[in-house]
Design a protein around this ligand. Structure first.
Ligand SMILES: Nc1ncnc2c1ncn2[C@@H]1O[C@H](COP(=O)(O)OP(=O)(O)OC[C@H]2O[C@@H]([n+]3cccc(C(=O)O)c3)[C@H](O)[C@@H]2O)[C@@H](O)[C@H]1O
Ligand SMILES: Nc1ncnc2c1ncn2[C@@H]1O[C@H](COP(=O)(O)OP(=O)(O)OP(=O)(O)O)[C@@H](O)[C@H]1O
Ligand SMILES: [Mg+2]
Length: 254
């Protein structure tokens, strides 16, 4: 069990990383999508602690399938931590896609499209205001590939990427994130009633236990949960790698 000092040391290192990226890039601010969920709340608060809330902009980007409670929770977070924010409905952008020849609508297609529309909006603000985009991905989602490629996974900094989802809850309490955000069921919010754990078929407690065991045992699965998690990790490898090309590793660097 980690001591309180150990936990604060870990949280302090995240702030240092964000501050370092901020100064190194010479940007004039950070922009982050705030869904009313725990990952974006924790990432935003780390940014505020690192560079001051006045340098952080929250974008609340509901669609017609978003829950009004999520929008209210995101607004409450911004007022508690003094984060400037804007509310931008993504419905008009979705409507634009509906006019495209051959447009087909399923929850899966719309869900990934919404995640990518949010990414485009974040980068528009980043370009316009010389900001960097803060990502909210955690280690559990990243390893399972539970994100939209070049959508919610796209960012300039990833302060939570080393945290398993179950660690995020611990950090959220330490950071004084509002209780309704901590208590809500994790959801990508891409269609009404979506739940990460239902869609994946395992709870985050099971996923994180399996990931920890697999990492310790050189990725050898020892029970059905680990087999299922390992299959998802393998299937999503392309999301964690550069796109295949004939360029070699050393040619990518300078
Ligand atoms: N082997 C391979 N090598 C290289 N590229 C490959 C590939 N297989 C697929 N691809 C490419 O990847 C695409 C599929 O990946 P992608 O478009 O991401 O789609 P996909 O992984 O099928 O779906 C995204 C999943 O993430 C979940 N999600 C999305 C957004 C947010 C959250 C959240 O938690 O907030 C969760 C969502 O509910 C869904 O289960 C293919 O259309 C193809 O372009
Ligand atoms: N309605 C929204 N407005 C703004 N950003 C959003 C919205 N929905 C999703 N996002 C962005 O996409 C990210 C991925 O969503 P995800 O559901 O994984 O995280 P979360 O909502 O912060 O936490 P949880 O996984 O517990 O629901 C969010 O953290 C946020 O940055
Ligand atoms: Mg969510």
């Amino acid at each position: 069990m980690e001591t309180e000092d150990g936990l604060w040391c870990r949280l302090g290192r995240i702030e240092q990383m964000v501050r370092h990226a901020y100064w190194q890039t010479g940007c004039k601010g950070i922009v982050i999508g705030l869904s009313g969920g725990i990952d974006s709340a924790v990432a935003a608060v780390f940014c505020c602690r690192a560079v001051g809330p006045e340098n952080v902009l929250g974008l609340l980007m509901p669609s017609s399938v978003s829950s009004p409670d999520d929008l209210r929770d995101a607004e409450d977070l911004c007022s508690r931590f003094k984060i400037p924010y804007e509310v931008i409905s993504i419905d008009p952008m979705l409507e634009g896609f509906r006019t495209m020849p051959g447009f087909t609508e399923t929850p899966y297609l719309l869900g990934n499209l919404m995640a990518r529309i949010r990414m485009i909006t974040l980068y528009y603000y980043a370009n316009r205001d010389h900001r960097i985009v803060c990502g909210t991905s955690n280690r559990s989602e990243y390893m399972l590939g539970y994100s939209t490629k070049y959508g919610d996974s796209a960012a300039d900094i990833q302060p939570l990427l080393h945290f398993y989802k179950t660690d995020i809850f611990v950090a959220a309490r330490e950071l004084n994130i509002p209780e309704p955000i901590i208590r809500k069921v994790p959801s990508a919010g891409l269609w009404a009633g979506q739940s990460d754990e239902k869609e994946i078929g395992l709870s985050y407690t099971e996923i994180d236990a399996a990931l920890r065991a697999l990492e310790e045992n050189s990725w050898k699965a020892q029970n059905p949960s680990e087999e299922k998690v390992l299959a998802l990790v393998k299937k999503s490898g392309h999301k964690r790698m550069p796109a295949p090309s004939l360029l070699t590793g050393s040619q990518r660097e300078c």
